[in-house]
Design a protein around this ligand. Structure first.
Ligand code: AP5
Length: 210
């Protein structure tokens, strides 16, 4: 199963990818997580990406295409993978097609901008492993501490309300046209965000015929 998770910033792509990768036994590839790790490690890619990410803008397509073509060629991707947060532009989608990277399904998680603005203020992420929580919807067992690795939970810099607004604008302009792109190829499955994480996972698995 080669799957793309599409959706606005904060739609729940990372949360669902985490659940689906266990359910489907395939790895998740999150360009956001890869870029944040590159920033943390001070690599040339990270240094190039940081200013774009802090401002809520997209990192240039050539950086992303390089990351993805290398990653999907790794051994653990032989039986499939879930792409979280990529492609994000028509140019990225076309470059993947050109590189022979094809998909079985593209799931778009639908959610209103208002819900996202509310939600992002409650998101906390682990500064060590990147795991994502929500103060109300997905609280950690111990306040401020990651359940998975014991790392410290922090607010993402790009979750400031003004930056979230900028990211939503970029999403509507650059990423949303991908829905029509993949609908034309017969791959698009739209799933409404549900009140809980578990119900959203069920809706996605149902859309995938599982
Ligand atoms: P990235 O890290 O990909 O961020 P994003 O797409 O903006 O998505 P988020 O990680 O913010 O949200 P999500 O949809 O994963 O939601 P989550 O599951 O956390 O990218 C960051 C930046 O990197 C970009 O702005 C860009 O600069 C750069 N970048 C990355 N990829 C790129 C690319 N391909 N091209 C160019 N630039 C790129 O959920 C959000 C919150 O809601 C959490 O707190 C969660 O616990 C909670 N939640 C989830 N589901 C539910 C539910 N059903 N009910 C209640 N709460 C829920």
């Amino acid at each position: 199963m080669k799957l793309i998770l599409l959706g606005a910033p904060g739609a729940g792509k990372g949360t669902q990818a985490d659940i689906l990768c266990k359910e489907l036994d395939i790895p998740t590839i999150s360009t956001g997580n890869i870029l944040r790790a590159a920033i943390k490690n001070g690599t040339p890619t990270g240094m190039k990406a940081k200013a774009y990410m802090d401002a809520g803008k997209l990192v240039p397509d050539d950086v992303i295409i390089g990351i993805i073509t290398e990653r999907v060629a790794e051994e653990d991707c032989a039986n499939g993978y879930i792409l979280d947060g990529v492609p994000r532009t028509i140019a990225q989608a076309e470059a993947m097609e050109k590189a022979g990277i094809v998909f079985d399904a593209v799931v778009s998680i639908e959610i209103s901008d208002e819900t996202i603005m509310e939600r992002m203020s409650g998101r906390r992420v682990c500064e060590s492993c990147g795991a994502s929580y929500h103060l109300v919807a997905v609280p950690p067992k111990q306040e401020g501490i990651c359940d998975k690795c014991g790392g410290k939970l922090v607010q993402r810099k790009d979750d400031a309300p003004e930056t979230v607004k900028a990211r939503l604008e970029v999403y509507h302009k650059e990423t949303e046209p991908l829905k029509a792109f993949y609908a034309q190829r017969g791959l698009l499955k739209s799933v409404e965000n549900q009140p809980s994480v578990a119900e959203t996972s069920q809706a996605i698995l149902h859309a995938l015929g599982r």
